[in-house]
Design a protein around this ligand. Structure first.
Ligand code: KG4
Ligand code: ZN
Length: 377
């Protein structure tokens, strides 16, 4: 594919008006609320994870998730406001995840946001969850806020590994989460061109399924990453689906290859070498994700790369893309890779300042491709 000529577009700091946004997220199994200033500074960010509830099912149980969201959502919003030392009427808008996600979970967040908007008179801004993962890379953990200092203590050296400052356009984004694996070309704020996506399992889904196959805990991503630390990534030669000539991905063949290996070992009454299986599987996923992202950045003349979504918490992926890409690489702080509400508020800021206002008639969109979100007005 020909390399396009591109001009680096750097954000002009004073060109956007200030605003404080309350973000609400409930698309899957995390109930979260946050207050973010100017799309970049976290004033508070809280996540009530349901992971322990769902671990017994080996995955998210939708009815359990929505019931738990109902219990958690008001307390978590109250706490987010308290920690930001702000009341609702000191904010500028309420941003809430509209989709994609589980319908019964999304509806809890949306209805709560509508109630708060109605009561306070604040504008309501519906957000695409994938767009929010992208905007998590705009959040600057260096400025103010208690969540930032908490995460600084937990992840002291973490932020040195990613490029600092707001991303520049054109930007090549790899979104890797539990439900999506997509390569997106972003030419400016809120302008997305989907280049390719997974044809079957999402990368995070593959981590979760393979973890189950080799008897590791849920969620699979973190447990595979932990097991892989003691494993040999070359122990098993698992396949890499390059899907040449497309920007698509496929992980089901890799999952089947792991399954075949597990069956073979079990038939021979051999103990499962979980660490080697995990390391070899993770290496195969990371090699394809990094390889295709770099190829796409080159082909489309991107000036920077962004990696976001739950799987971007993976250290092997973070290290390999930093090592191999000759572009500045933006990866959210590890505390912002998996679902949170700060990213909803960050995306909400850019939508709010570009004039988006939703009405109380706004409904959930459980299947909402990023390519179908509206461009800036
Ligand atoms: O973005 P996210 O929190 O939720 C969705 O929008 O789907 O992503 C969750 C996914 C899960 O599949 C989880 O296993 C994966 O992200 N994940 C990881 C890691 N942490 C979470 N995958 C690989 N390595 C990790 N450290
Ligand atoms: Zn997500």
């Amino acid at each position: 594919m020909p390399r396009e000529k591109s001009v680096k577009v750097t954000e002009q700091a004073p060109s956007f008006p200030p605003a404080r946004i309350l973000g609400i997220e409930s698309s899957c199994d995390e109930t979260a609320a946050a207050v973010v200033e100017n799309g970049r500074s976290i004033l508070s960010s809280l996540v009530a994870s349901q992971v322990d509830l769902h671990a017994q099912f080996g995955g998210v149980f939708p009815e359990v998730a929505s019931r738990q969201h109902i219990r958690a959502i008001y307390p978590i919003i109250e706490q987010a406001l308290q920690r930001a030392h702000l009341s609702l009427n000191e904010l500028d808008a309420i941003a809430v995840t509209r989709g994609p996600g589980l319908p019964g979970s999304l509806v809890v967040g949306i209805n709560t946001a509508k109630g708060l908007a109605l009561g306070s008179g604040l504008p309501l801004v519906g957000i695409n969850h994938l767009e929010a993962h992208i905007y998590s890379a705009w959040i600057d953990l260096e400025t103010g806020g208690e969540t930032r200092s908490e995460s600084r203590l937990e992840h002291g050296d973490e932020r040195r590994d990613a490029h600092r400052g707001a991303p520049s356009f054109p930007l090549l984004a790899l979104i890797v989460s539990g439900g999506h694996t997509e390569l997106i070309l972003i030419r400016g704020h809120l302008q997305y061109e989907r280049l390719g996506a997974t044809l079957d399992d999402a990368a995070g889904e593959a981590f979760d399924k393979v973890a189950r196959l080799i008897n590791l805990g849920y969620p699979g991503g973190p447990s595979i990453e932990r097991a892989a630390e003691n494993g040999n990534p070359r122990a098993f030669a698992f396949p890499r689906a390059w899907l040449e000539g497309t920007w698509d991905f496929s992980f089901s063949g890799l999952k089947t290859a792991v399954l075949r290996e597990v069956r073979r070992l079990e038939e021979n009454l051999r103990p499962l070498p979980a660490a080697d299986l995990a390391a070899s599987f993770q290496a195969a996923v990371v090699e394809v994700l990094v390889g295709k992202t770099i190829q796409a950045a080159e082909a489309f003349g991107a000036v920077e790369i962004l990696v976001a979504g739950g799987v971007s918490a993976n250290q092997a992926l973070r290290q390999e893309i930093q090592a191999r890409a000759s572009w500045p690489v933006h990866i959210p702080h590890i505390s912002l890779c998996t679902d949170n509400a700060a990213m909803i508020a960050a995306a909400g800021y850019y939508r709010f300042i570009h004039g988006q206002r939703d009405t109380l008639a706004m409904d959930v969109l459980p299947n909402w491709p990023l390519s179908e979100v509206s461009p800036p007005a």
